[in-house]
Design a binder for this molecule. Sequence first.
Ligand code: SF4
Length: 258
Amino acid sequence: MDNIWTEGYLHGNEERIFVNTSLGCRASCSYCYLPRVGYTTGGNIERFNTARIVLNSLFNSNQFIEGKMGTIISIGCFSECWDIMNKMETIQIIEEVIEKGNPIQLATKRFIDYKEILHIATKLKWEGQLSIFISCASISNWGRVEKGTVSPRLRFKSFNIQDKLGIPCYLYMKPVLRDITILDIEKYLDVIKEYKIEAIVGSIFSTNSSEEKAPILPGKLYYDKKSDEAVIKEYLSSVCNVYDTSVEPINNRRSVFA
Ligand code: SF4
């Protein structure tokens, strides 16, 4: 295993590989797990790699299974993939993985203008090959718990991508923050209705051992189930599909349209 893997630019297994062209994040969300696993937040990013180097390592790896039913490529787990500092590298990753036919997902707390990915939409090999997850753990308290990210109001405009380009977009309510996320349940509902999107509602990661291992650093990070989660899921289920993980809708789409 080369240093692209050991440093965290690539992380995962043949089912799902996380891809980062930088390590660390300039934002500083209060709940972020990066500082707990050795990466910095809230300052300049100092650890970068090029998309070319990371992709070469990915495509030459035994872990990477090419094709629609192959490895899910998740962009960003130790970074913000749509930061101005690495957006172009992220776009290159998407473009080249599209050619391999694999499902691609990206999660961000930035605004993605549909015009930035117009050219990508025309290259997709199958419906749902790329999915976009706009992450938001709090609407009314974002300035306190998601410092350095863009406002939810702007972030949610990314959902126009679904209507304009036919690329599925999801509201990513993960992690649910106890007594905080639930405060905005009506606001989240309005967003879902406005953009006709589906939602992912999931737990915060913890280093405390629990029955359910996290997909990132399993054995080091675990899901820490919060009671608010069940309430939010039930409430939002009245207007849309609500998933526990971002992988579920991807697996649905690639099976249905196989
Ligand atoms: S945007 Fe994501 S990676 Fe960056 S600090 Fe927030 S949770 Fe961590």
